[in-house]
Design a binder for this molecule. Structure first.
Ligand code: ADP
Length: 482
């Protein structure tokens, strides 16, 4: 028993009230009496009694009803119920209403103190248990929080020391985490950039372009170029509920290898062209220097065909070299459909020969574009030429040009063999020939590489949509003139 324990009595004035006061005082408790309902509420709220004894009726209200209301607000308050008589069902009501004990006459002082002590010690045990539970739950939560904090620190250490550049941003592209590699790539020093917009901290134009384009539809790869020749491959990955991450790998050495390879191809092609021109010239002279028999004539024609084939391959290679080196700077305002007409005229006889059904669908209000007409013609020749080459006799080819916002969309659709999904991305690589090509269809694997270089140099995009056995559609997006 604690001397500070306050027992609140909610009983109407009566001899039993006096008896309780005396008994509890004598046992060393503090006692307070409530006279009406507002007084009772105030005492419970402010004086925080350790226990309350309530009468069957208090201030003209039912004692059980008042107890229920109080317990709803103060569920741990022990309440003893006093009734003038022990009627059947009385004990049951006490239990049902969640009270902790009951008293009824005849009462001795000791009975009162005894019941109060019992209820108090039960309440204390309950309180101890509650406190223990709360402590246990909080400490296990703390433990969990600690684990996640350690995990966080561990993860941060891994990301910080990783060789690739990593930046994690929130949904507004504000920095959440930036690793050491990124700091070194962009010479950012050691300042704390947390919460700052990434575009403000790193002003590189390629990175900004990546951020603005990828927030709508994430681009898989994007090159970040530096004036000193370094090149990084950047990837934008949306992270659900957090924002996005940009990772960067140094691909300067790969770029350098690619450049060396291109230089080599360019030099070799260039050096091969002159002797080939000589070979072709002499084969033509042979015919003029004397009569040839039929076999000699046929061999000579085959020789000329092969030399022409190699010459066109070399011309393609030189072309590609020039395009990749960025020499394509000629720009004129042209209409794509105007150039398409020349291409279709050129292929007219081939289309008729293969009995291909050609349809052309041009949207009204096609806008012009700023482009090199010769390159655009080359692009169309390659795409339409491939469609004819790979579509079997009696097949269908559909060429359409439409506007999509400020972009011109060209589609060249055929009913050819189609391209396997895993090869669709590779057909734009130099010398790549897919496994679908029907027997007897020859090629160098350079046509689409040239198409891609031309489209790239016009700030456009090209891709293929294809289903094996059904056909392919090559799609080119080119920005319309502003
Ligand atoms: P090629 O000289 O072999 O035609 P391209 O670079 O033009 O070279 O094309 C690369 C490869 O892509 C081709 O070898 C072929 O496998 C595939 N391809 C190109 N166009 C089509 C098409 N319209 N239908 C089916 N496959 C095609």
């Amino acid at each position: 028993m604690s001397k500070q324990d306050l027992i609140l009595l909610a009983l109407n004035p009566s001899p039993i009230l006096d008896l309780m006061q005396r008994a509890l005082y004598a046992a060393g408790y503090e006692v307070a009496t409530a006279h009406d309902r507002p007084g009772l509420d105030k005492s419970v709220q402010q004086a925080i009694p350790a226990l309350m004894i309530i009468g069957e009726t208090f201030a003209n209200q039912d004692g059980f009803a008042v107890s229920r209301e109080l317990l709803e607000r103060f569920p741990t308050l022990p309440i003893i119920f006093y009734a003038d008589k022990d009627t059947t069902g009385f004990a049951k009501s006490v239990l049902k209403n969640g009270l902790s004990g009951y008293l009824y006459p005849p009462l001795q002082m000791a009975d009162i103190v005894d019941e109060v002590q019992k209820s108090l010690s039960r309440a204390r045990r309950l309180g101890d248990w509650l406190r223990r539970e709360v402590r246990r739950t909080t400490s296990s939560l703390e433990e969990k929080a600690n684990i996640s904090e350690t995990e966080r620190v561990k993860l941060e250490a891994i990301i910080s020391n990783i060789q690739d550049g990593v930046v994690v941003m929130d949904k507004n592209q504000h920095i959440l985490l930036i690793n050491q590699a990124v700091r070194e790539i962009f010479t950012l020093g050691e300042a704390d950039f947390t919460g700052k917009p990434l575009g403000d901290i790193i002003t590189n134009a390629d990175l900004r372009a990546l951020l603005s384009r990828s927030s709508d539809s994430p681009l898989k790869y994007h090159e970040i170029n530096f004036d000193d020749g370094r090149v990084f491959n950047a990837q934008y990955t949306p992270i659900p509920r957090i924002g996005a991450a940009v990772t960067m790998q140094d691909i300067s050495y790969l770029k350098e290898l690619d450049r060396l390879k291109s230089d080599f191809i360019h030099t070799v092609s260039h050096d091969l062209r002159s002797p080939l021109t000589a070979v072709l010239g002499y084969t033509e002279l042979v015919e003029r220097t004397g009569p040839l028999n039929q076999n000699q004539q046929e061999f000579l024609h085959r020789l000329q065909g092969s030399v022409q084939h190699i010459t066109s391959l070399i011309n393609d290679l030189l072309d590609l070299g020039r395009l990749e080196a960025g020499f394509d700077t000629r720009r004129e305002v042209i209409q794509l459909e105007g150039v398409l007409k020349y291409t279709l005229d050129m292929f007219d006889s081939q289309i008729k020969k293969k009995l291909i059904e050609l349809s052309v669908d041009l949207s009204p209000n096609l806008q012009p574009l700023r482009a090199n007409p010769i390159r655009i013609r080359q692009m169309l020749d390659n795409l339409v030429g491939n469609a004819i080459k790979y579509t079997p006799n009696d097949g269908k080819i559909r060429v359409s040009i439409a506007m999509q916002e400020k972009q011109i969309v060209l589609r060249v659709q055929d009913t050819g063999p189609g391209i396997k999904p895993e090869e669709q991305g590779r057909v734009f690589e130099k010398f790549y020939r897919a496994t679908n090509a029907p027997d007897g269809v020859t090629g160098s694997g350079l046509g689409l590489a040239i198409v891609k270089s031309i489209v790239d140099s016009h700030q456009g995009r090209v891709w293929v949509e294809s289903t094996i056995g059904k056909g392919s559609t090559f799609v080119v997006l080119l920005p319309a003139q502003d």
